[in-house]
Design a protein around this ligand. Sequence first.
Ligand SMILES: [Zn+2]
Length: 631
Amino acid sequence: MTGRVLAERVGWLADLVQSMADGVIVAHWSDADLAELAGGVGPEGRRLPGNGWMALRRLGWAAVPPAGVVVSDRVRRIAEEEAARVLRLACHRRAIVAALLATWPADPSARTDDEWAALRAALPDATDNATIRNRTRQITAHIAGHGRPPADLCELEGQPAAARQVSLAAADRQQVAVDRVDDSIVRVWSQLPTCPAPASYRDWVWHAFDVVLPAIVPAGVKVCTPTLRPGDGKVRVDLPWQTPHTPPRLDGHTRALGVDWGVNTLLTATVADLDQDGTVVVQGRPLRFDATGASAKLVRLRRHREHLNTKADHLARLRDGRPTHHPAAAALTAKLALLQAEHTAVCARIRHLNKALAWSSARWLVDQATAAGATVIYVEDLATLEGGGRSRSLNRRLSGAVRGTVFTAIAHLAAKVDIAVVTVPARGTSSGCPRCGGPVKHVKTPQRMVAGYRWANCSCGLSMDRDHAAAQRIAARGLANQANTRRGRNGNAAIRTATDTPARHQTRRPTRTATIPPARDRRKTAPTPKQIRPATVKTSRLLPLRRQVPAPAESPSGSSGQRPAGRTPQETNPKGPVSQVPHTAPTTTPRHPHRVRGAALGRGFHRHVHATPVTDRDGSASRMSGSPRIA
Ligand SMILES: [Zn+2]
């Protein structure tokens, strides 16, 4: 059969699963039921199983197919799994909303220190500030609309919808089978309905389809049961694969990379070593991933998106204020559709740019760690970044969501090369001096000592870029407290409480072992050879392409007024052989020699990003193309 028929049938299965899952969610969208699921204990006092569909069956929340439709028990399981995942996510939101309501402050726009402390104690672990802010806004809006705070999550928001997808992992071999054909092809068998509403088991037929694995999947790994996502006449297959991997060690590190989240400089990192006597030695070279251009582009795109929103709202008001048969109504509707299409396109552009920025910066950071020989990366904990003025200015440039994606990307890429990623508390990283621990003064520049943001000054003599100083402090904080590193339930390693130790600066460069070449003999023994200069062509992109042609020969017939041989300005293609001197085509030179990998192409946002090049430990440019793959 064709792919379109397959997509249609997978779509019918997804619709069945979605409607059954929605039925379960609607029936149990109440605070009492969510509390029962969150409690994790079944009606007979036993612990609920980890599998979503099993937990729902233990609670007696079965999925029911539409009237007259026959589905197997496996399809019901898939629907229950979908419903369980949605409801468990809701349980998490319910805990956050409950914590916010229990500690609701007098002024929600500015919590006091005590109110923050109470909120942090009530919230689930690793709740980030963006979530707190968004949920606080949601509750504030509810209070403004209803005159009182909501009782619980179910009053605050309506029931969520299940995704239109088929998680085959919840079923067993009577519904799905997966087998490898060869190193690059996986064959999936699945029972699919042959009509939208199958009335008997005769309407369910086994289908087999091949999935071609992308090149990044190593040969011989174990592939798991996929999730099918139909849409646009295609079926997308989410196919997880497993490969053995031991998580990197959490302590015993002697070389680390400390990383600070900056405002324009997205990441500032520094290399630090743990000495035998327990002190931390930091290197003076800052490693920067400067995304000023990309950030500015994001700001422009966001502004444009807001502008489109305002325009669309205005047009919608104009249209709604008029009778439907008004002659201008059709034109307004067409304009609105156009605006909405552009809005969608701008949103997609922002999303892609955020993603590209996040993964590119993470790749750069992990490459730096690999090149420096660091075995651990210490990052500020996003959840404990203070909600003061600094965070507000950070949010204006790069949203917390982008930094969340950067963190996820760093953890993902570092795990592949056995580098641990550990979060350290963010409190006081930029307000303290990395050398003496005393308070630093922030000034505009080392030359202009007026109160500012960019430069850190300390009475002990420290004068350093603010983010660089913070990165040194983070590295020292991590290395000195590595015995306190714990892995959380979500798999992320963190140091929860840390004491600061002053870091020593590396005073001299490591000795180079390279042999010094003997001095050249400069005595004159022979005539200077004539230097042969190659024909040079200016290599600027601004210079128009111009062909060098020989000067016209002096001819006795007096035709010296003739145009020299070669291409005429009107002629696009020279006709016939053209006598000419050999010439070299102008080549483009990169404008910025120190750009991140892939920048040589000069495409996309790489033009807007400047980063410290990845170099080997002895300072030579690295030939690394990405990181070594794990075997
Ligand atoms: Zn100091």
